[in-house]
Structures are given as structure tokens and as C-alpha cells.
Write a protein that binds this ligand. Structure first.
Ligand code: ATP
Length: 289
């Protein structure tokens, strides 16, 4: 038996950090939405008690460090499953890019194993398991568009934003999320208006969505890597309606409402970055079937 799952990337339309908690995590308030840029996760049932990772990407670990491996291991342990699985990951999402690629692979593994092993678990149960693997995994289990709070694992669904295009540009650098949080000075940042963004999305107001885009982590990553600020500038110059860094970076995304404007932004960026994508905003939730 085998099952296939798509593992879509996410972007943060708004990302605020409220404070550092006693447990060391940061309390966040952010809007996440899925985009049509996805890894492919294929799961093949093994009659032996073993988890195998197959990935032909040299930046992706093929052992217990892989988040998909950790997802399978947790599910097996929690539900006493003695069968094994071969997890084959075809990466399209750039690695260490602020697009939650690893988290989405883990979430796709949870959804896929739920089907492969007929576990009958709900989204909520899978998201709960996911949050033990990483802060973004719970959101990636559901996909769609959501307000995420806590350390990112408390999910409130909201309507998808109105249709638009997303151009993504990732410079060659990889950014460590832990480093960015370590260097964040909470006393010297402008907090984005996340509630304003929720209202803008609920009202389907594209201009207001552009207006309220903001990410506190830019204050760190743009200082550490000036090329990220440069890419933001270029994306604006080539005509994106609004531009922001996703997560802890370094990927920069720009929203483009009209398809006719897309080639100029996309082609303009290809001169600056090795990885450039033009995709649709998805915003719809995953299914468990
Ligand atoms: P986030 O936006 O959630 O902070 P990210 O997009 O910045 O995540 P990932 O692509 O998930 O980062 O990769 C971060 C690190 O996780 C990589 O350096 C890699 O070694 C490790 N990793 C573990 N599993 C995976 C996976 N399935 N795909 C990619 N990277 C993985």
C-alpha cells in the first residue's frame, strides 16, 4: 500500500512576537496561509518495524533529524504501531527558507500515515501530535489560512484571502530560526497590527491586506543579511503590490493582484536570486481523504 500527500509551503502575512515565555519559547501572534508551492511526500507501508527516509536533496537529512521521520516515530509510539514506512520526499520548497518546508513534510506524513494505517484520527488529534514536533507543524496539518498564537501551535481558522499571486525569491543564504529569535530585541521593534490583518482578510479587502503586512523578525534578518533588504527593494521596483519577508527568512514574497503584472516581477527577480517562484495563494484547507 502507498499514499501520496502534497505538503504545501506557508507564508506569514503578519508576524508579531509578544514576549519571551518562562519556558524559553516566544509568544507569537501571526497569520499563516498556504501557497501553491509544495513538496511531494510518498509513503509506502513496510511489514517491518522501521522508518526509512528517501530524499535526494543534500540539504535534507535522511535520518531521525528529518521532521517527517519524527512524525512517523511519534505516531508509531503513541498508537503502538509495529509496522514500518518508507517516506520518500521530493523537495520543491527551498530548505531553511522561512516557508515551513520541513514542518509541512512532517504534517503531510501525519495525514498520510493516518490514511495508510487506517487510524481514523481527526485533524485536531494530528495537529496535537504535530505541535510536539515543531511550532509550525500544527498549522501545516490543517493548511488554509489561520491566526496562530501561543508558540504558533494554537490555530484559529479564518477565511482564505481573496485570490492573488505570490512571487517568492530566496537568496542562497540559509537562515537559522533560533539565531533570529536569539537576536530579537523586543524593546526596539514596531509591532504589526495583526488584528487589522485579520479584519482585512475577513473583509476580502486586498488593498488593506497589503497595507497591514508586517513581520517583526525583519528587524533581525535584514540587519544580519542586507541582501534580503535589497531583494525587497527590487521586488517593489519591479511592481509587486506589497513585499515582506516570510517567517525568519530569508525568503521574500511579494503579492501581485493581476496576472498581467506577474512576468515583470518574476523575470526582474531572476537576475538577483537563484530561486524564484510565481504561485497562487491557496488559502484552502487540506483534506483527510
Ligand atoms: P520554518 O519556516 O518552520 O522556520 P524553514 O522553512 O525555515 O522552517 P526548513 O526548510 O523546515 O526551514 O528546514 C530547517 C532545517 O530542518 C533544515 O536545515 C534541515 O536540516 C532540517 N530538516 C528536517 N527535516 C526536513 C525536511 N523534511 N525538509 C527540509 N528540511 C528538514
Amino acid at each position: 500500500m502507498r499514499v501520496l500527500e502534497k505538503a504545501p509551503a506557508k507564508i506569514n502575512l503578519s508576524l508579531d512576537v509578544l514576549h519571551k515565555r518562562k519556558d524559553g519559547f516566544h509568544e507569537v501572534k501571526m497569520i499563516m496561509t498556504t501557497i501553491d508551492l509544495a513538496d511531494r511526500v510518498e509513503l509506502i507501508d513496510l511489514p517491518i518495524d522501521e522508518i526509512r527516509i528517501v530524499s535526494h536533496n543534500r540539504f535534507v537529512p535522511d535520518d531521525q533529524r528529518n521532521l517527517a521521520y519524527q512524525a512517523a516515530k511519534l505516531l508509531k509510539k503513541r498508537y503502538g504501531i509495529k509496522r514500518g514506512v518508507s517516506i520518500s520526499i521530493t523537495k520543491t520548497i527551498p530548505v531553511a527558507a522561512g516557508l515551513a518546508g520541513g514542518s509541512s513534510d512532517a504534517a503531510a506524513t501525519l495525514r498520510g500515515l493516518n490514511r495508510l494505517w487506517n487510524l481514523g484520527l481527526s485533524f485536531e488529534q494530528l495537529a496535537e501530535l504535530g505541535s510536539e514536533i515543531g511550532s509550525d507543524v500544527a498549522f501545516c496539518v490543517y493548511g488554509g489560512t489561520a491566526l496562530a498564537t501561543g508558540r504558533g501551535e494554537l490555530i484559529e481558522h479564518i477565511n482564505p484571502p481573496p485570490h492573488c499571486w505570490v512571487v517568492l525569491a530566496k537568496p542562497t543564504i540559509g537562515v537559522s530560526t533560533a539565531d533570529v529569535y536569539r537576536n530579537l530585541n523586543l524593546n526596539a521593534i514596531n509591532h504589526p497590527n495583526v488584528d487589522g490583518m485579520v479584519n482585512a482578510i475577513q473583509n476580502g479587502d486586498y488593498a488593506q491586506i497589503c497595507h497591514y503586512m508586517g513581520n517583526v523578525l525583519e528587524s533581525v534578518t535584514l540587519r544580519m543579511y542586507p541582501e534580503v533588504a535589497n531583494i525587497k527593494e527590487q521586488m517593489k521596483r519591479f511592481g509587486a503590490d506589497a513585499v515582506l519577508m516570510s517567517g525568519s527568512g530569508p525568503t521574500v514574497f511579494g503579492l501581485v493582484q493581476y496576472e498581467s503584472r506577474l512576468p515583470r516581477v518574476y523575470n526582474g527577480l531572476r537576475g538577483f536570486c537563484d530561486q524564484v517562484f510565481a504561485v497562487r495563494m491557496l488559502g484552502e484547507r487540506n483534506s483527510l481523504d
